[in-house]
Design a binder for this molecule. Structure first.
Ligand SMILES: Cc1cc2nc3c(=O)[nH]c(=O)nc-3n(C[C@H](O)[C@H](O)[C@H](O)COP(=O)(O)OP(=O)(O)OC[C@H]3O[C@@H](n4cnc5c(N)ncnc54)[C@H](O)[C@@H]3O)c2cc1C
Ligand code: FES
Length: 280
């Protein structure tokens, strides 16, 4: 059993939890993820390792409450336990040798982008961060990004905070002004990553996208997380989750991400009903 030692609400739909999981904390690296279950019969929920403290033995996760599983996770409080917390899984982010990187995060994807930006900064890399949200109320991790970035851009779709526009606006401005990056790393909604990759392609800037397809076992056995990358089938859980963004078939990934939409809607309603009745 894994104890929730700290729980903080970052905005109305995003929560951070520190989980006591010393073996995961000991081995975790930026870019990797864990799979947890909230209860014995629960679905497996993959979440990125947002941070870790090897001495305290804790791993931080930051999750958006989007459906039944994350609603039930959010109903847990400090001191409660979850039965499964498996990891670290997936390949860590490639950090070595990079001198200047632009990290582009969108929405809750910023929780996944932050450990990458921090690791790059700690390795002496110059980090330019661009983070985007729908509106001011949804902004998370601003100070944390500023602390590890040489340049920082805050964007909101409606202009209620930072600059108005999407994350491609400052990216396009920098690229067209001749700014050079060793890499662009993008993490967020599929449609955002597709446009970030389209923006960098004409400039030949290597672009890494972190893919979060539906995962089941997380060990390369079930095929649930398959993607087409450069015409080849890849499994995000063992070959990724990061891939060369210019080679990803984003349209296929977007279509596959909607496969279980009806089931997820029913599960969300069932979970709401149970939680409203005080049953966890
Ligand atoms: C490697 C990886 C890392 C992730 N890291 C984060 C993170 O750090 N923070 C965060 O908020 N979210 C993260 N996600 C997405 C997160 O796993 C889903 O939001 C969560 O599983 C939704 O479960 P649910 O039951 O609440 O929602 P559901 O109602 O079941 O689904 C809502 C949406 O979540 C996605 N989803 C559902 N089940 C899965 C699954 N088993 N695997 C992947 N996606 C699923 C689908 O796109 C679906 O449309 C990550 C996903 C992957 C694959
Ligand atoms: S989650 Fe089963 S193969 Fe990746």
């Amino acid at each position: 059993m894994y104890q929730i030692v700290r729980k903080v609400s970052l905005n109305p739909t995003v929560t951070k939890m520190d989980i006591y999981a010393p073996f995961v904390a000991k081995k975790a690296k930026p870019g990797q993820f864990i799979i947890l279950r909230v209860d014995e019969d629960g679905e497996r929920i993959p979440l990125t390792v947002a941070d870790y403290d090897r001495e305290a033995g804790t791993v931080s996760i930051i999750f958006q409450i989007v459906g039944g599983g994350t609603q039930r996770l959010n109903a847990k409080e400090e001191g409660d336990y979850i039965p499964d917390f498996v990891g670290p899984l997936g390949r860590p982010t490639h950090i070595e040798g990079l001198k200047k990187v632009c990290v582009v995060g969108g929405g809750v994807g910023c929780a996944i982008a932050l450990p990458v930006a921090k690791a790059l900064h700690e390795a002496g890399c110059e980090v330019c961060s661009i983070i985007g949200f729908r509106n001011k109320d949804l902004v998370i991790l601003e100070e944390e990004f500023k602390a590890c970035s040489t340049t920082f851009h805050m964007m909101t779709d409606d202009g209620s905070y930072g600059r108005q526009g999407n994350v491609c606006v400052p990216l396009n401005e920098m690229l067209s002004a001749g700014e050079q990056f060793d890499e662009v790393i993008t993490i967020g909604p599929l449609i955002m990553m597709k446009f970030v990759c389209a923006a960098t392609k004409p400039y030949g800037v290597k672009t890494i996208a972190s893919m979060n397809p539906i995962m089941i076992d997380g060990t390369g056995m079930c095929g649930g997380c398959r993607l087409t990358v450069g015409g080849e089938m890849k499994f995000a859980c063992v070959d990724g989750p990061e891939f060369d963004g210019h080679l990803i078939d984003f349209d296929e990934a977007m279509s596959r991400s909607r496969t279980y939409a009806d089931f997820e809607q029913r599960e969300r309603e069932d979970s709401c009903n149970l939680l409203n009745k005080g049953v966890e």
